[in-house]
Design a protein. Structure first.
Length: 236
């Protein structure tokens, strides 16, 4: 069976992609210079938060994921970042390919919340590989690639921020239930407000000026009562 090894040599933000996308550069090596017709890979990427330190402000931003810093010894567990397929064309011995990873700025996703909380430094990643290899110098063989093939990589935080800024310049992102969105749209239409930012600012102003303590302006839109727990907030 052919032994394969993998290494990640770099990452960049794809400025021409339709949505937020990172491109990782991979080096794939087949032991003994073996001839490979193709590789059909499954690539899983995990964040390993225990492999870096955190400033006080970063720790505050991660409290909803991992709890108080005093508990991090047991709560700082790996976070799933992505799982993508990759076809590697034929090569002999060694080759380099791009691994294209579509990303999201959805703040309901744990990986996004983690990355948004970081102010600098690097993101410790672990890339796991499995799949099928099509090999053979004088013929054709099909070989499995086991899940124990992996590569560690430290992604600079500025690369992720660059990717986000390309698609959401100076903005945050929030996802709301359909009924809440319908109520917001009705509120915006009644007030003839020019944008969603103006709509939310008007709600916040109304809440601070007129609503009694404990009233949630989002729930007040739909007439469902009061709450002291906010439905959501815009992230930086």
């Amino acid at each position: 069976m052919t032994e394969f090894s993998f290494a990640c040599t770099g990452v960049r933000a794809d400025r021409y992609a339709a949505g937020p996308t990172l491109v990782f550069r991979l080096r794939v090596t087949a032991a003994g210079g073996a001839r490979v017709h193709a590789l059909a890979l499954r690539c899983q990427i995990r964040i390993e938060p225990a492999r870096r330190g955190y400033e006080a402000a970063e720790a505050d931003g991660l409290a909803d994921l991992f709890g108080e810093r005093s508990r991090w010894g047991s709560t700082l567990q790996p976070v799933q970042f992505a799982q993508v397929p990759l076809m590697v064309p034929g090569f002999a011995g060694e080759t380099e390919v791009d691994l294209v990873v579509p990303c999201t700025y959805d703040m309901d996703i744990a990986a996004t919340r983690y990355l948004a909380a970081l102010e600098g430094g690097e993101v410790p990643l672990l890339l796991l590989f499995s799949g099928t290899a099509f090999t053979g110098a004088g013929g054709f063989q099909v070989e499995p690639i086991p899940w124990d093939r992996e590569a560690a990589f430290r992604m600079p935080v500025p690369v992720w921020r660059e990717m986000v800024e390309q698609h959401f310049p100076g903005c945050g992102w929030i996802r709301l239930p359909r009924d809440t969105m319908d109520a917001l749209l009705a509120y915006r239409s009644r007030r003839a407000l020019p944008s969603w930012e103006a709509t939310l600012r008007a709600l916040l102003d109304d809440s601070g000026a007129a609503d009694p303590p404990g009233t949630d302006p989002f729930l007040a839109l739909t007439g469902t009562g009061t709450s002291t727990t906010p439905v959501g907030r815009t992230e930086p």
